[in-house]
Design a protein around this ligand. Structure first.
Ligand code: SF4
Length: 302
């Protein structure tokens, strides 16, 4: 197997591109894929700082590394979730990478700063752990971006993640979620722009990128993920991809290019009148925003 670019021995194959790469050419390939996503979807500007949500896993660390390599002013934000050893290992990986590159890593700790952890928040609010976690991340990342003067937040969602979420939304024909499933969510009053620059890379590629770059990431899976429906969707899509390389990208980008524009009105239809949450000031359609409700329930349950 030879590198498609330089004909040296290849170390990584990418079946959906019918290609294999040596280490340096693969790193360049990953950066090119991210650059193409950024350009195509108008995600970032070099003149604007970007806040990268850094979990300590392969995707977020690869994203931070690639954005810096591409010359973006990228700082990290890490949220400690209070999920036992998994959170400790995640924080350690995020801190180690930040120290290695000498960039700022802002940290927010759910247990220390807000008085609850994800398992408690999930139980108290009767949400699944991933629902409580996702809500907390969206709220706190947005708040941190606004407070820190970052107009845009970048997350490490990759092609596998986005295709799995899309499959779940299609299986339920959840038009409200489908209308929001885009690689860029524009800024609005009280909301920073959200971008997903890794949508052209699969998780196998981000893992290989980290190994080649010598980036230590937390390998263990979050224990809360067990039984998560998205893992089943990922397995189903991986089987399709193995039989027909490129299926995942065709499914996701076909949706983004051809179906998502037809659904954009659904976002406005689904949204109610926004007003500031009396507790935190974030825009909400409810009396109190969903995150403040969850936090209050979790703290009360301690
Ligand atoms: Fe959060 Fe669920 Fe991911 Fe764990 S698996 S980090 S609970 S979203």
């Amino acid at each position: 197997m030879r590198c498609r670019s330089c004909r040296q021995p290849a170390v990584v194959d990418v079946p959906r591109h019918n290609a294999a790469f040596c280490g340096p050419c693969f790193e360049r390939h990953c950066r090119e894929q991210v650059n193409r996503a950024i350009d195509h979807f108008g995600m970032l500007r070099h003149s604007q700082p970007v806040l990268v949500a850094v979990s300590g896993g392969k995707d977020s660390l690869a994203l931070w590394d690639i954005l810096l390599e591409l010359g973006y002013q990228a700082d990290g934000l890490h949220l400690r979730l209070g999920i036992g050893d998994y959170s400790d290992a995640s924080t350690e990986a995020a801190r180690a990478y930040a120290a290695r590159i000498g960039r700022s890593l802002r940290e927010i700790s759910l247990p220390d700063d807000l008085g609850f952890d994800i398992p408690t928040g999930a139980a108290a609010s009767r949400r699944t752990p991933c629902s409580a976690c996702g809500l907390s991340k969206r709220h706190l990342f947005n708040q941190a971006a606004l407070d820190g003067g970052y107009p845009v937040i970048a997350t490490g969602h990759n092609l596998d993640d986005e295709a799995a979420v899309l499959l779940g939304n299609v299986l339920r024909w959840d038009l409200a979620y489908l209308s929001r499933q885009r690689p860029v969510l524009p800024a609005a009053d009280g909301f920073a722009r959200k971008v997903k620059p890794l949508v052209r890379l699969g998780e196998r590629e981000t893992a290989a990128y980290c190994v080649l770059r010598g980036i230590d990431y937390v390998v263990e899976e979050c224990p809360m993920a067990a039984g998560n429906r998205h893992l089943g969707y990922k397995d189903a899509l991986n089987q399709l991809e193995a039989r027909s390389p490129g299926s995942k990208a065709a499914f996701y980008f076909g949706f983004v290019d051809r179906a998502a524009p037809l659904l954009s009105g659904q976002l406005d239809d689904a949204a109610g009148e926004l007003h500031p949450c009396p507790s935190c000031g974030s825009p909400t359609v409810s009396e109190i925003c969903a995150f403040c409700r969850l936090a209050a329930q979790a703290v009360a349950a301690r």
